[in-house]
Design a protein around this ligand. Structure first.
Ligand code: DC
Length: 663
């Protein structure tokens, strides 16, 4: 895809289950490969950078077996890679090439290591220098100081401490720390400069300890790996959610009202990037923490506040703060971020260039940038910068984080185009779906039976180019599947299990159940009655909850059904209660029957239909679970006197009023 066009967004709220952490995934894969014994890794990140690591491990003869969704069994090689000669392509994955180079240097084999062109511009000299000090034979085959590399067997001598710089990338230290236990000897590393990005070293030490190797640390200056330690599999390990990826959603909550909750990181996280939440808090965002979640909301009053922060400890998440700065009430200064220059792209240049396109004034130095926007009035609970330049095309420099953080600019109520959005696959292939699930606008339409809401909702979705959720069809599908499985409609647990695993898909106009077209079959009277029976079972409703929320995607969603505006999408920007007099609805139902082939000489039937509708309305309004009721914040559209076109126009009027950006 050349670009993704994000429509203006007005608010963000909801819950995101984070993909696995990149830093933890790639470290765990290598540690498991080097360990004695099998390791089962669960919740591994599925992305370009982890695929690079998996492919490289396979090339050096490590057996990795997929055993489920994002779960792998790694058969450890106890420190000795089986294959002694290999060509390894490391893409643009710094978390793969650095630690692997160090491990290969100590492996007694002959390896060639390369990457994409940008990888050949990213420094690795400090690591190679460190490895050469202990006798490793690592040579540059392109430019000195940069990949590609060729590695030869060598005799290692650990008599003297390894002296290494820590001011370009902390990954060089991580690489040495992870590889040195392979020697079995005491190894000492001394930093010759200040160490940057320290929290990443904490991740490294934490994971090494889980695999049975402890490191003695004197400040951030000297690290000793005592002799005789080897990696041992801890058995089963879980990868926590990615804290850098969490930053985009937390910022969305802080900018777009919230609450936005991320699941997979929290108080217990070992990733330094969770401190991004503290940085947001200094901007005035309201943050709450659980063991395994973090939640962000906009400030109680007014706009996000300007900041001046040293962000050396969270260099990746700091990019998200640079975009949050567009929404702040003054100049925001991000300091001590020199490592931005040697990442996927020169991030200081990239961020400054793209922020300026949106109208920001950006000053930049060697290791800092400052971002300010012309002052703006806060709009309600949503602190937005209405002065953002609209319709800007954001270039992404093959840098996943540039693409991800600039998507948040759409919360400023302007359309934003993100060029080459596919680059997010480096760490978060489904990023735009995940963002859509908390920020895409929702039009929720409810109303009594035969109010015509299904047809109207579908037409409104088509007019807006939005996705469409016919939630009634999900209840009907559940009823049909239950009846076909000969399960009792009263057996709440069994019906809920059917709902949770519904093998159904919506293919354009067609509705498919287990491969069979059931578009007509779910519209029978029997299935309708079954649907209304199972729809009062709370376990069934909650089984369908996430499935319904998953329909919320860019550019937006029109959702039709009972509890769309109250339970499923309480934050829906537009809520419409579509109704008509019982007489008008009975008349429409009668006409429908004639359209379906019933002879037009059954007028007395109309009375029966009317009576039935009244009973159904009363039952629907009285039921304790998801009763038929107009939400306080829903617009009432009475279609008694309206034809379909007029009803659609009335709903579109509501949309225009509530989604002003869509004009
Ligand atoms: O709109 P419909 O007739 O296709 O809905 C089928 C049944 O499911 C109906 O009894 C209402 C119920 N339903 C519900 O309880 N909640 C929804 N969100 C949608 C439908």
């Amino acid at each position: 895809m050349e670009f993704i066009q994000l429509q203006p967004l007005s608010r963000a709220a909801g819950t995101v289950k984070l993909p696995g952490s990149k830093s933890i995934s790639n470290r765990m894969l290598l540690l498991a490969a080097l360990a004695a014994g099998d390791t089962e890794i669960r919740d591994l990140l599925d992305s370009d950078d982890t695929r690079v690591m998996l492919a490289a491990l396979a090339k050096v003869g490590v057996r990795v077996t997929a055993i489920g969704q994002n779960a792998y069994r790694v058969t450890g090689c106890a420190g000795v890679f089986p294959d002694k000669d290999a060509d390894l392509f490391m893409g643009n994955a710094g978390t793969a090439i650095r630690p692997l180079t160090a491990a290969l240097g100590l492996s007694g084999g002959h390896y060639r290591v390369s990457g994409v062109p940008r990888m050949h511009e990213r420094p690795i000299g400090d690591l190679v220098d460190g490895l050469r000090q202990i006798g490793c034979d690592v040579r540059y085959t392109g430019n000195a100081g940069y990949p590609p590399l060729e590695i030869f067997p060598a005799r290692v001598n650990l008599a003297a401490p390894i002296r290494v710089r820590g001011d370009v990338s902390s990954q060089f230290l991580t690489a040495l720390l992870m590889a040195l236990p392979l020697t079995g000897k005491t190894a000492v590393i001394e930093m010759t400069t200040e160490l940057i990005s320290k929290p990443y070293i904490e991740i490294t030490l934490n994971l090494m300890a889980r695999f049975g190797v402890t490191v003695e640390r004197e400040g951030w200056q000297r690290f000793t790996i005592p002799a005789g330690q080897g990696y041992r599999s801890p058995g089963v390990v879980h990868v926590e959610g990615d804290a850098s990826s969490a930053s985009y959603f937390l910022a969305a909550g802080a900018i777009g009202g919230g609450p936005v909750r991320v699941e997979g990181v929290g108080r217990q996280s070992i990733q330094g990037d969770v401190k991004f939440a503290n940085a947001l808090e200094t901007m005035g965002a309201r943050i709450s923490w659980g063991d395994n979640w973090i939640e962000a909301r906009a400030p109680a009053h007014g706009q996000l506040k300007a900041f001046d922060l040293d962000l050396n400890h969270i260099p990746d998440a700091a990019m998200t703060l640079a975009v949050a700065a567009l929404f702040a009430d003054g100049k925001c200064t991000l300091r001590n971020i020199a490592s931005w220059r040697v990442k996927e792209t020169d991030r200081i240049v990239a961020m400054a260039t793209e922020l300026r396109k949106l109208g920001a004034t950006v000053e930049e130095g060697d290791d800092w940038i400052a971002v300010s926007m012309p002052p703006s009035e806060p709009a309600g609970a949503v602190s937005r910068a209405p002065t953002l330049q609209a319709n800007v095309g954001i270039d992404t420099y093959d840098d996943h984080r540039v693409a991800m953080c600039f998507a948040l600019a759409a919360l400023g109520g302007v359309p934003v185009r993100i060029n080459d959005p596919g680059c997010v696959a480096k760490t978060f292939p489904h990023y735009f779906d995940a963002l859509g699930a908390i920020a895409a606008p929702v039009v929720a339409i409810d109303g009594p039976s035969a109010s015509g809401k299904g047809t109207v909702a579908q037409r409104v979705a088509a007019a807006l180019g939005f996705h469409f959720l016919d939630s009634g069809a999900l209840y009907r599908l559940t009823a049909l599947a239950t009846l076909r499985d000969q399960i009792s409609l009263d057996d709440e647990a069994a019906v809920a299990a059917v709902a949770a695993n519904l093998p159904a898909e919506f293919a354009g106009e067609k509705i498919i159940l287990s491969g069979e077209d059931v578009t007509e079959a779910i519209r029978t009277e029997e299935v309708g009655i079954g649907a209304s029976k199972i729809a009062v079972l709370p376990a069934v409703r909650s089984a369908l909850l996430e499935r319904q929320r998953a329909y919320r995607r860019f550019p937006g969603l029109v959702a039709d059904g009972r509890d769309m505006g109250s339970v499923i999408f309480p934050e829906a920007e537009v809520k419409v209660f579509l109704t008509a007099s019982a007489e008008a609805r009975a008349e429409r139902r009668y006409k429908q029957l004639i359209d379906k082939g019933m002879p037009d000489n059954m007028r007395p039937l109309l009375q029966d239909i009317l009576q039935e509708l009244r009973v159904r309305d009363a039952r629907d309004a009285a039921r304790s679970v998801a009763p038929l009721r107009r939400c306080d914040d829903a617009d009432l559209v009475d279609t008694t006197e309206l034809n379909i076109d007029e009803a659609v126009a009335a709903v579109m009027e509501s949309v225009r009023r509530r989604l002003p950006f869509f004009n």
